[in-house]
Ligand binder design. Structure first.
Ligand SMILES: C[S@@+](CC[C@H](N)C(=O)[O-])C[C@H]1O[C@@H](n2cnc3c(N)ncnc32)[C@H](O)[C@@H]1O
Length: 267
């Protein structure tokens, strides 16, 4: 068992049964190792299993953009009622039709009224939190949008993984040019455009996140860290040295060096 999994199970044992126990079982069943490729491949299965385990039908996908997690036919098959949110009208317009769509900044004071108070069983977002300047406000609003038994799941990149430290330190214009040179699909007219990132509360340590989540009205949370990424895949020596460091960081459970996290929080 990795240190991260041991820490994760300990956290679950301390927080008791029900939602966190479900989360422990779900990710254990999905074979959770704390590796970056697992978190990408298993985000959707985690959302599906969480929905099934707790009967969470009414979903709010925050910052869904042009590429929502579920296609409309999948939502029908899974009997899910999905609303898509985004701050960008352009991104929402590129998403398929067949869902409710809500245009707003999820961190704005009026967001709960716009998306609907107490209207959702499950709210989730992938690669959105790092783009929100006031993440505490985002979590408060998510809490308002959920039912009393609601669950929130955020999947986000974490500091102080090297690519994100570079992205935060380098001026936006320069980091955009660098990223778009190596990965042309990240251009504004590409399939995966770059959005400005702030990394507010983008950490995988309980000590950094739990006080903010409690203030936002969440009583329990499970935080799953992941290590590694593919950003240096085109630079063999850097890639190998960096991968060796990431494996060491994973074994030692160095949260400050993690690259991604899932936060699953219940009210
Ligand atoms: C990197 S994209 C991720 C899109 C999608 N979640 C995915 O995984 O493919 C970030 C998305 O978050 C949206 N976004 C950024 N800030 C937001 C905010 N404050 N409220 C709602 N959406 C936001 C952006 O417009 C963009 O569509």
């Amino acid at each position: 068992m990795t240190d991260a999994l041991h820490q994760f199970q300990t956290t679950c044992d301390q927080t008791g049964a029900s939602p966190t126990a479900d989360i422990r079982r779900i990710v254990a069943d999905l074979g959770y190792p704390a590796r970056w490729n697992w978190c990408w491949e298993n985000y959707k299965p985690t959302v599906i299993e969480l929905s099934r385990a707790r009967g969470l039908r009414r979903h709010l996908e925050i910052g869904a953009g042009r590429d929502p997690l579920f296609q409309p036919d999948e939502a029908t098959q899974l009997d899910l009622d999905i609303t898509l949110n985004d701050i960008s009208a352009h991104e929402l317009s590129l998403a398929p039709s067949g869902y409710g769509k809500v245009l707003c900044d999820i961190a704005a004071p009026d967001a709960p009224d716009i998306v609907g108070r107490g209207a959702y069983d499950l709210a989730y977002c992938r690669m959105v939190m790092e783009h929100v300047p006031d993440v505490a406000a985002m979590w408060r609003n998510i809490g308002e949008a959920l039912t009393p038994n609601g669950v929130a799941l955020a999947f986000f990149p974490t500091l102080y993984a090297l690519p994100y430290v570079m992205n935060r330190l380098i001026p936006e214009k320069l980091s955009r040019v660098l990223l778009e040179t190596v990965f042309p699909e990240r251009k504004p007219d590409g399939d995966d455009p770059k959005f400005p990132a702030h990394y507010d509360f983008c950490f995988s340590g309980e000590d950094r996140l739990m006080p903010m989540l409690r203030r936002a009205g969440f009583s329990n949370a499970v935080i799953l860290p992941f290590w590694g990424y593919s950003y240096f895949s085109k630079f063999p020596i850097l890639r190998d040295v960096d991968a060796a460091f990431n494996r060491l960081a994973e074994r030692r459970d160095w949260r400050a060096a993690s690259s991604f996290a899932y936060v699953v929080a219940t009210k």
